[in-house]
Design a protein around this ligand. Structure first.
Ligand SMILES: O=c1ccn([C@@H]2O[C@H](COP(=O)(O)O)[C@@H](O)[C@H]2O)c(=O)[nH]1
Ligand SMILES: O=P(O)(O)OP(=O)(O)O
Ligand SMILES: [Mg+2]
Length: 209
């Protein structure tokens, strides 16, 4: 079973607490989601392969560590995942970006897919699938399926807030997918929202209701 990493770093926890606050407006919410995405990517990329290369410093030639040229793709689940893309690209500027559009049916809580556009060589890339919220896990499970049917084999899921129910659902359906999250919250309420959570991430990012 791939691991679930809850990132306890003080900066992550502090910024997460800030965006939980309902009084935080769209502008600050966006900025903080961006920063959190960057911090979580630092953790999610900790196992990227390295190679030893030669580098000439102003003092002497030396051997040093460099990324082994692994190809990455960042794939947000729309809309809410879009808010995390720029933060990740600041750390991994060469990554290609795919998009999976999905919304939750308000009655059934089942995800409805409305758009998929991925890099052509997705099968050769390690994929960072991103969505701030992992609630029932339906959206993440279907998004992972959409990636796998198109050939992706190495997938990591990065979320800000996860419900235990969503983690279990993803692990059962996709035991090969590691999850990096800033918080494993208490659970879900009767409307399928994460408790205590931060509300609807898409609405808070884009100022909609
Ligand atoms: O508290 C929440 C719960 C969910 N969302 C949005 O829904 C999907 C994830 O829901 P699943 O039940 O895991 O499919 C996620 O993309 C969010 O956009 C939310 O914003 N807040
Ligand atoms: O998953 P939803 O329904 O909350 O969609 P969006 O991310 O567009 O708010
Ligand atoms: Mg939403």
């Amino acid at each position: 079973m791939a691991e679930v990493i809850e990132v306890k770093h003080p900066l992550v926890q502090h910024k997460l607490t800030m965006i939980r606050n309902e009084a935080v407006g769209t502008k600050d919410f966006r900025a903080l989601v961006d920063e959190l995405a960057m911090l979580l990517t630092y953790e999610a990329s900790a196992d990227l392969p390295m190679e030893t290369i030669s580098v000439k410093t102003p003092v002497q030639e030396t051997k040093a560590q460099s990324l082994a040229g692994k190809k990455l793709a960042v794939v947000p689940i729309l809309r809410a995942g879009l808010g995390m893309v720029d933060g990740i690209l600041q750390l991994i500027p060469a990554a290609k970006v795919g998009h999976i559009g999905m919304y939750r049916d308000e009655e059934t809580l089942e995800p409805v897919e409305y758009f998929v556009k991925l890099p052509e060589d997705i099968a050769q890339r390690e994929v960072l699938l991103i969505d701030p919220m992992l609630a029932t896990g339906g959206s993440a499970k279907d998004a992972i399926n959409a990636l796998k049917v198109r050939g992706a084999t190495q997938i990591k899921l990065i979320t800000l807030v996860s419900a235990p129910e969503g983690i279990k659902a993803v692990q059962e359906a996709h035991p090969d997918v590691a999850i990096v999250t800033a918080s494993i919250d208490e659970g879900l309420n009767e409307d399928g929202y994460i408790v205590p959570g931060l509300g609807d991430a898409g609405d808070r990012l884009f100022g909609t209701h």
